[in-house]
Design a protein around this ligand. Structure first.
Ligand code: CP
Length: 313
């Protein structure tokens, strides 16, 4: 059974195919040309809030001819203590695939191991691969030009990630950048450097030491093609809010910081954004801020991910 739990679950050849299919699906927007999920139901188990991920998957599964079944964790027995393994086995008898947003990455892995249908990671505390594929595609659309090789256009490009450099988005970009042939530099406060878990995964995937970390945000953004940030207080970290905002304030993406990247650099953010914290309004209003293209592309890229998984299963 093939799953999409982390960035490297598709080979580079498959990444290339996912990007090419996403471009095709985007061009066909509104037309139900690909019906790879006809007669299929995909369950979406969400333990955390979501706007982009939930809506883009529901619309995407529908556009591929399938039926999306949204399951809030607290509305099913999983929220009352039924085991992950039993849940996976039962749902596998009813549905053709699972899209899962949860806290512990190990819960996702257990679900995938126990079930018998494909599982897609819709965000865990460790990784958010659907977002990273979408972000990379969004940059590649600009760099490859019409008909150009999307994955090849990422080769050697540099991304600078500022702020909470120990969060799931930072982890995912570290793994994704290495897989896509990009360079990554991260900048955040003391105590928020990328952790042992992502270092271990990088080693396992053959990318040991594949990132640069600095406390100086200007050093990180130098020669960057993409400046990226995420909220400083991720879901589940609300109690640390005050301290995080104090520590991360020097890592806000201001106009001055963004201007220190390459002259044609893109500003990216997975959203939702907290204006005045991790990014200023000036940067959000900048012509090279592509946040809403990223949001839209969630739909096209995830449809391509689902279609590719179905073809492989
Ligand atoms: N970027 C992202 O995953 O957005 P949601 O939390 O709204 O799904």
């Amino acid at each position: 059974m093939k799953h999409f739990l982390k960035e490297t679950d598709f080979t580079r050849q498959q990444v290339s195919e996912v990007f090419a299919l996403a471009r095709e699906l985007k061009a066909q927007r509104g037309r139900k040309t690909s019906q790879v999920l006809a007669q299929q139901t995909w369950a979406m188990i969400f333990s955390k809030s979501s706007t982009r991920t939930r809506v883009s998957f529901e619309v995407g599964i529908h556009e591929l001819g399938g039926n999306p079944l949204f399951l809030n964790k607290n509305d099913i027995q999983l929220g009352r203590g039924e085991t992950i393994e039993d849940t996976a086995k039962v749902l596998s008898r009813f549905v053709h695939g699972l899209v899962v947003r949860t806290y512990e990455h190990s819960e996702l892995e257990r679900l995938a191991a126990a079930g018998s249908v494909p599982v897609i990671n819709a965000l865990t505390d460790f990784l958010h691969p659907c977002q990273i594929y979408t972000d990379a595609f969004t940059a590649a659309e600009r760099w490859a030009g019409a008909g150009g090789d999307l994955l090849a256009s990422l080769q050697g490009r540099k991304i600078a990630f500022l702020g909470d450099t120990a969060c799931n988005m930072a982890n995912s970009w570290i793994l994704g950048a290495n897989h896509f042939g990009m360079k990554i530099s991260l900048s955040g406060p003391e105590g928020y450097a990328p952790g042992a878990e992502i270092d271990a995964l990088l080693s396992q995937e053959g990318f040991a030491g594949g990132y640069h970390f600095t406390h100086d945000p200007f050093e990180a953004v130098k020669d960057a093609d993409i400046v990226y940030t995420d909220v400083w207080v991720s879901m589940g970290k609300e109690e640390e809010s005050k301290e995080r905002i104090r520590l991360m304030a020097p890592y806000s993406v201001t106009g001055k910081v963004f201007a220190a990247a390459k002259p044609d650099a893109l500003f990216m953010h997975c959203l939702p954004a907290h204006e005045g914290e991790e990014v200023t309004q000036e940067v959000l209003d900048h012509p090279r801020c592509v946040i809403f293209d990223e949001a839209e592309n969630r739909l096209h890229v995830q449809k391509a991910i689902v279609a590719t998984l179905v073809a492989r299963s």
